[in-house]
Design a binder for this molecule. Sequence first.
Ligand code: SIN
Length: 193
Amino acid sequence: MSLDTTALNQAMTHFDEHDTVWLFGYGSLIYKAGFDYLERRPAFIHDYARRFWQGSHDHRGTPEAPGRVATLIEAPGHVCHGMGYLVSPAVFQALDVREKNGYLREVIPLHFDDGSTAEGLVYRATADNAAWLGEAPEADIAAHIADAQGPSGPNRDYLLHLAESLRTLGDDDAHVFAIERHLRLLLAGEASR
Ligand code: SIN
């Protein structure tokens, strides 16, 4: 798949007739919206897990030295917590550009704490995209993140903001918190040198 998924996403017609759409955010979209929304509330999805397996060439790294950012992998039985945003479909024009480094829009059922559900949209990067980095030990992912940076800032800020947001949501994401622990040890080591 080409590195830039903007055109693929803009060809999606699924929500064309809708005035509003629920968007599920699980990475930077939890802590940095950057678009107008009508409503924002915690949401979760079934059968996916958040993983720092996606490369970032345009936000938290560069093509020569990609950063590592979150995507969703299929994980039957798993629940992934994040943030739901009720938006006008017009916001996808800009979001398609923000998420262009391998993410594709997918239709997904969102669940809310009050028991209600809604069909919504998520940006997900799968293993066949050109920026995919894949699985690695969490300590290695932390070391990678500690060194990377890109036009949107240091890769470490992405991880630390996400971990903080998940804590606020009351989520216990073992993968993210393990990387955070390794990263904080590395940063403490850097500071004491
Ligand atoms: C998301 O946050 O939902 C997608 C991945 C990202 O932009 O970090």
